[in-house]
Design a protein around this ligand. Structure first.
Ligand code: 13P
Ligand code: SF4
Length: 298
């Protein structure tokens, strides 16, 4: 199977992009593995004719928006992100009516339609930098209320309005103070994703995006790490830094990230299904917001 996948990739001038939460056998065959920002930037830079995104739908949509003339496929059509579904275009329109002075920042974990209504997008790697770059005092920020709380803590001079107030990722809200207590008993550093609830963020030694975790781990240190995010992240860190100790929470699983199998990837390369198709004017408006984010940097 792996041989077939490599041959198909070469024959079709295809690039396979995988998120850090993808099963390790998919990551092993990917040309690019990274966090949401890294995938977005690499999608913009690629010269491939076919882009296969192994991740969830918003990641494939972002790749398509940045490469409107290329074919972008996602191997499993219904690999979604429940967090993205918290925010609707109507919520953004209504919030704009209520706060005409505010800027709208939409996390990339969102639909293309929501991105199209944003002034700028952000990822967990650059949310603080993006918000700091805006002249507005009030920021409408969605759909992750925990990432919004993190930005608010970092930038107390701004007023961050979460949109909607309860938007969250079930994988990250699964981390509790009992997990912190268990980790502290055993020892090591707690590194958490900003989608974790504020009480976990306050207890963590470091808050980082998945790409930030890869970069921080590269800085060295022998202490074990407690990786408070989707459990595959610890596997990725173990592959990148053999000999280091990374603990995961076995229950922290994103079901949608696990939908793509090697057979699905092989089929996607062969049949070029399922193609991401979005209305042109939605893509044009969303692209402006994403490119504005890329210009701000990580
Ligand atoms: P990152 O951008 O940190 O990879 O996060 C994406 C995501 O879906 C987190 O749950
Ligand atoms: Fe969405 Fe959470 Fe899965 Fe990330 S881990 S893709 S935010 S559901």
């Amino acid at each position: 199977m792996e041989k077939e996948i490599r041959a198909l990739k070469a024959g079709k001038n295809a690039v396979v992009m995988a998120h850090n939460y993808q099963p390790m056998e998919i990551q092993g065959l990917a040309d690019v593995v990274g966090d949401s920002l890294e995938l977005a930037v690499k999608a913009k830079e690629t010269a491939a004719d076919l882009i296969v995104v192994c991740g969830v739908r918003f990641m494939a949509e972002t790749a398509k928006i940045l490469n409107p003339d290329r074919k972008v496929v996602i191997p499993v059509e219904d690999a979604g992100c429940p967090l993205a579904d918290f925010l609707t275009p109507e919520m953004i329109r209504e919030a704009r009516r209520q706060h005409p002075e505010a800027a709208v920042v939409v996390y990339v974990n969102s639909t293309a339609e929501s991105k199209a209504l944003a002034d700028i997008t952000c990822t967990s790697a650059n949310a603080v930098r993006v918000v700091r770059s805006l002249p507005n005092d009030t920021i409408l920020f969605g759909p992750d209320a925990n990432l919004a709380a993190y930005v608010q803590r970092e930038l107390p001079e701004k007023t961050i309005v979460p949109l909607p107030p309860g938007g969250h990722c079930y994988v990250h809200t699964g981390f509790t103070l009992a997990d912190v207590e268990a980790a502290r008993k055993k020892g090591g550093r707690i590194v958490c994703h900003p989608e974790c609830p504020p009480e976990i963020q306050e207890q963590a030694d470091r808050i980082a995006s998945t790409g930030g975790m890869v970069r921080d781990a590269a800085a060295g240190g022998n202490e074990p790490w407690w990786v408070f995010t989707e459990r595959e992240m610890a596997s990725r860190l173990r592959v990148l830094y053999p000999g280091r100790v990374f603990y995961e929470k076995p229950e922290a699983v994103c079901a949608d990230m696990k939908k793509i199998s090697l057979e699905d990837l092989r089929r996607a390369l062969e049949s070029e299904e399922h193609e991401v198709v979005l209305p042109g004017e939605v893509m044009d408006r969303a692209r402006r917001a994403i490119e504005r984010m890329i210009a701000v940097g990580a």
